[in-house]
Design a protein around this ligand. Structure first.
Ligand SMILES: *[C@@H]1O[C@H](CO)[C@@H](O)[C@H](O)[C@H]1NC(C)=O
Ligand SMILES: *[C@@H]1O[C@H](CO)[C@@H](O)[C@H](O)[C@H]1NC(C)=O
Length: 337
């Protein structure tokens, strides 16, 4: 008991130290956060329905902002200012994709996301945008269906992309029949959240379960997108998807400050064919190091036929091991408190 109590003290100390270093956490919010819809009524109304176009950056970000706002109450007991909300990882990752040019048209045939001025267009040809669809629209619809936001599915219309419409779903019933397991996992997460008995570790587990399952369909369905990228970027995409499964087993806490610092190691722009880590001159040493590590992890996973993931899963099965990993991981990133 004494050991546990001292751990809680250490953790609480780390958290307040981190908050003290960042006087106003709003600097960590993803791009265009304040400009994105915060409630359904901020979306255009047409024939009694609110129109969400997930192929416009602020429209898709708005779904995250609504989720963060509506779930704040369930995370309030873990820390102030919604900083401990585990959903932050999703909009931060999406913001990183935008800032690094990964949501723009990769074919070079269209302007989408590529104009000189900041463009909010999201390209359906972007592998990143397609995979993220399953991590934004699906959780949003599952949350609506779980009654989190006090919204009804009939109030919402989600617009299709200009092509490949059959590879996406647009409403609760459509997504439920096309991706029942993914929708069920997200609904589990949102329903568990509303239980008085829910706790942080339980939330973290259910979030990662839903997150990793959401990747299964899009990482198979959008392999044709790899052709639009350099070999280096295509490998990074494959390795990143693999890495997320490993991070998920380690149940990385995707709270605001942490998720923000985890992203410092990710490549700050789309990779070209000549970008060979660890020798990319305009990347930081950490960004080079992270790319090397992702390549290595991707190779290990492929050569072992994912046996390495099974082994990792059993290694990470205790809370103590996950805590050790988190410490080592933050040490590696140079972000340990
Ligand atoms: C943080 O900064 C934002 C925008 O600059 C401001 O609106 C907000 O009131 C600030 N919050 C605190 C707690 O100072
Ligand atoms: C839901 O979307 C599907 C297509 O994915 C469509 O066929 C169906 O009519 C939509 N349902 C409602 C209630 O809008």
């Amino acid at each position: 008991m004494a050991v546990l109590a001292s751990w809680v003290w250490v953790l609480a100390g780390c958290f307040s130290a981190a908050v003290a270093r960042i006087s106003n956490i709003s600097v960590l919010y993803p791009p265009f956060w304040e400009e994105s819809p915060e409630q359904l009524s901020d979306y255009r109304l047409e024939d009694g329905k609110h129109i969400i176009n997930p192929w416009i950056f602020t429209d898709r970000m708005g779904m995250y902002r609504i989720l963060l706002t509506e779930t704040a109450t369930y995370f309030a007991r873990y820390g102030p200012e919604n900083e401990q909300n585990l959903l932050w990882g999703l909009p931060l990752q999406f913001g990183w994709q935008y800032q690094t040019g990964r949501l723009a048209d990769p074919t070079g045939m269209r302007d989408c996301g590529n104009e000189l001025e900041e463009s909010l267009c999201i390209s359906v040809d972007s592998w990143w945008a397609d995979v993220n669809y399953y991590l934004s629209v699906l959780p949003f619809l599952a949350a609506v269906d779980s009654g989190i936001a006090g919204l009804s599915p009939e109030q919402i219309t989600i617009l299709p992309p200009p092509k490949d419409q059959m590879r996406f779903c647009y409403n609760v019933s459509g997504c439920q029949s096309a991706f029942p397991e993914t929708m069920n996992r997200w609904r589990d997460f949102f329903q568990y959240m509303q239980l008085p008995s829910s706790d942080f570790d339980g939330l973290l587990k259910k979030l990662w379960d839903a997150h990793t399952l959401s990747l299964e369909y899009p990482t198979r369905a959008f392999v044709d997108r790899y052709n639009f990228y350099s070999d280096q970027e295509a490998s990074f995409e494959k390795n990143w998807a693999i890495t997320v499964y490993y991070l998920g087993e380690a149940r990385l806490p995707t709270t605001l400050i942490r998720a923000h610092s985890f992203q410092r190691g990710l490549p700050p722009r789309v990779l070209d064919d000549i970008d060979i880590a660890p020798f990319i001159p305009d990347f930081t040493p950490l960004q080079n190091k992270v790319l090397v590590t992702l390549n290595l992890l991707g190779d290990i996973d492929r050569y072992s036929g994912s046996l390495s993931l099974t082994i990792w899963e059993s290694l990470m099965s205790t809370k103590f091991a996950r805590k050790l990993f988190l410490n080592a991981f933050e040490e590696f990133l140079g972000t340990s408190p």
